[in-house]
Design a binder for this molecule. Structure first.
Ligand code: NAD
Length: 445
C-alpha cells in the first residue's frame, strides 16, 4: 500500500521505517527541512535501537522516501498517518493542536481518490471530529475517512514495539476505512489484537492508558517513600506485589518520578479535558502535582549528600528521560539538574546518547564527560539519574578510586546496595534506608 506519514519524529520515523520493512511504499513528510535533508541522505535524525540499519536497508531499496512536500505525496496515498507533535499549551497545559490542524488543513488540499486519514498523534477526545470538519471545509469533494489510530510505542524500544505491539487500536465506524487499515496491518492479524472501536473511544484509550501508567509509577514512588521511613525495602515490596497477576510486575520500579515527552503532557491534557467536561479527576491532578515535586526532592537528596563539602563536584550519570533514547524532553534527569543548577551546583554529566540534546537545554551550565569514570573523576557525589544498563555494570573499585568522596545517590536503584556499601560508599537509593532498617532491627533485638 502507499502510505504518507506527516511528521518524522519519535513516532513518525520508526512507524515509517517499520511500514516500509513490512513492504509498504512509504513517504515521510516533515516541514523541518534539515531533518528531511539528513533523512534524504539515508541517515537517522534520532536514536532508536536498530532504526538506522532498517532505515538504510529500506532507503536503498526505494521503499521509503523523504520530502517536505505534501503536494507530491498525498494524492497517491491510500493512507495518510498524522504523527505531528501535540505539546502542552504553555499556559493551560491542554494539548496544543495547532500542528494537527495545520497539517490537516494542508493535506486536505491534495486528497484525490479515496484516502484514510489516520490521526496517530495523541489528541483529546473529539479531535477527530474537528479534523474531519476542517478537511471537509477545505476540500468538500474529498473522498476520505478520518480515523483515530493512537500510537503506544515506547521510546527506546520503538522498533521492537512496532513489530510487537500489545494491541492496535483503530477508531472508526467506517467499514471501508476498517478494511484499508486491516490491509495496512495485515502482518499483525495473527500476532496481536486489533481492536476496532469508535473514534472517541480510541482517542480516550490513549490518554486513559498513559494516565493509568503515570498513576502506577507514582503509586510505587509513594510506597518507596513509605519504605524509607519504615525499614521495608521497595525492591522486595514491588516484587511481592508484582507476582499478583492482577497488579503485574511492570511499571513498579520506584524512581525519580515519571518524565519524557508523553506522560507529563498526557496527564496534564487528560486533567484539562476532564475539567472541560466537568468530570472529577482528582487522582490524576494530585499525581501531576506530586510527581513534579518529586524531581525537586531528588535534587535535594543529592545536595544533602554533599552539604558539608564546599564547592562540591556532582557527577551525573544519565540525562535522557529513560534508557535507550537520546530524548531529553521532560527528562527527570534534566529537571533534577535544573534544580541543582539553581543551587549553583558544579556538575559533570555523562550519557551514552543524550548529551547533544541535553546541551540544547542547559548548554554549558554543566560540563560533559565522554565516559562514566571521567564524569566521576574527583566527584564528591555521584547521582545516577537514567537507567542505562552500562551503569549497572560500573566497576565500583575504579569508581571508588576516582571519586574524591565516596557518595552515591542512586535514583534508579541500579547498583547492588550490599556491594556498594561493602566497597565503602555511602549509598543512598530509592525506597530503602539502611539506617532506618537497622534501627528497627535493633529495636526488635
Ligand atoms: P516529535 O516532536 O518528535 O515529531 C513531530 C514532527 O512533526 C516534527 O519533526 C515536526 O517538524 C513535524 N511537524 C509538525 N508540524 C508539521 C506539519 N504541518 N507538516 C509536516 N511535519 C510537521 O513528536 P513525537 O514524539 O513523534 O510525537 C508525535 C505524536 O505522537 C504526539 O502527539 C505524541 O504525543 C504521540 N506519541 C509519542 C510517543 C513517543 O514515544 N514520543 C509515543 C506515543 C505517542
Amino acid at each position: 500500500m502507499k502510505v504518507a506519514i506527516i511528521g518524522t519524529g519519535y513516532v513518525g520515523l520508526p512507524t515509517g521505517v517499520g511500514l516500509a520493512e513490512l513492504g509498504h511504499d512509504v513517504v515521510c513528510i516533515d516541514k523541518d527541512e534539515s531533518k528531511i535533508k539528513t533523512l534524504q541522505s539515508g541517515r537517522v535524525t534520532l536514536y532508536e535501537d536498530g532504526l538506522a540499519e532498517m532505515l538504510q536497508k529500506n532507503f536503498q531499496a526505494g521503499k521509503i522516501k523523504f520530502t517536505t512536500s505534501m503536494k507530491d505525496s498525498i494524492p497517491s496515498a491510500d493512507v495518510v498517518l498524522l504523527a505531528v507533535g501535540t505539546p502542552p499549551h504553555p499556559v493551560t497545559k491542554e494539548a496544543d493542536l495547532q500542528y494537527i490542524f495545520a497539517a490537516a488543513e494542508e493535506l486536505a488540499l491534495y486528497l484525490k481518490d479515496y484516502t484514510v486519514v489516520a490521526v496517530k498523534s495523541t489528541v483529546p477526545v473529539g479531535t477527530g471530529d474537528k479534523v474531519e470538519a476542517l478537511i471537509r471545509k477545505v476540500n468538500p469533494q474529498a473522498d476520505a475517512d478520518i480515523i483515530s489510530v493512537p500510537e503506544f510505542l515506547r521510546e527506546g524500544y520503538a522498533v521492537k514495539d512496532f513489530f510487537n505491539p500489545d494491541r492496535i487500536v483503530i477508531g472508526s465506524n467506517s467499514e471501508k476505512a476498517k478494511k484499508v487499515m486491516a490491509n495496512l496491518y495485515n502482518y499483525f492479524a495473527d500476532k496481536t489484537e486489533i481492536l476496532y472501536v469508535n473514534r472517541r473511544s480510541s482517542e480516550t484509550i490513549k490518554y486513559a492508558s498513559n494516565a493509568f501508567l503515570a498513576v502506577k509509577i507514582h503509586y510505587i514512588n509513594e510506597m518507596a517513600n513509605f519504605c524509607e521511613q519504615t525499614g521495608a525495602d521497595i525492591a522486595e515490596v514491588a516484587k511481592g506485589m508484582g507476582l499478583d497477576k492482577r497488579i503485574g510486575n511492570r511499571f513498579l520500579n520506584a524512581g525519580p518520578g515519571y518524565g519524557g515527552s508523553c506522560f507529563p503532557k498526557d496527564t496534564m491534557a487528560m486533567a484539562y479535558i476532564a475539567r472541560q467536561y466537568g468530570v472529577n479527576m482528582s487522582l490524576i491532578e494530585d499525581v501531576i502535582k506530586e510527581n513534579a515535586a518529586r524531581k525537586k526532592q531528588m535534587a535535594h537528596r543529592v545536595l544533602d549528600a554533599v552539604k558539608n563539602i564546599p564547592n562540591a563536584k556532582i557527577a551525573v550519570w544519565g540525562l535522557a528521560f529513560k534508557e535507550g533514547t537520546d530524548d531529553c524532553r521532560e527528562s527527570p534527569a534534566m529537571e533534577i539538574i535544573a534544580e541543582l543548577i539553581k543551587n549553583k551546583a558544579n556538575i559533570v554529566a555523562y550519557d551514552p546518547q543524550a548529551m547533544t540534546n541535553a546541551q540544547k537545554l542547559v548548554g554549558n551550565q554543566i560540563k560533559y564527560a565522554q565516559d562514566m569514570l571521567t564524569a566521576a573523576q574527583n566527584a564528591d557525589v555521584l547521582a545516577i539519574l537514567t537507567e542505562w544498563p552500562e551503569f549497572k555494570n560500573a566497576d565500583l573499585d575504579k569508581l571508588a578510586q576516582t571519586m574524591a568522596h565516596k557518595n552515591i545517590v542512586d535514583c534508579r536503584n541500579m547498583l547492588n546496595k550490599t556491594e556498594a556499601t561493602a566497597k565503602g560508599f555511602s549509598y543512598s537509593c530509592i525506597g530503602y534506608n539502611s539506617e532506618i532498617a537497622r534501627s528497627f532491627q535493633n529495636k526488635v533485638a
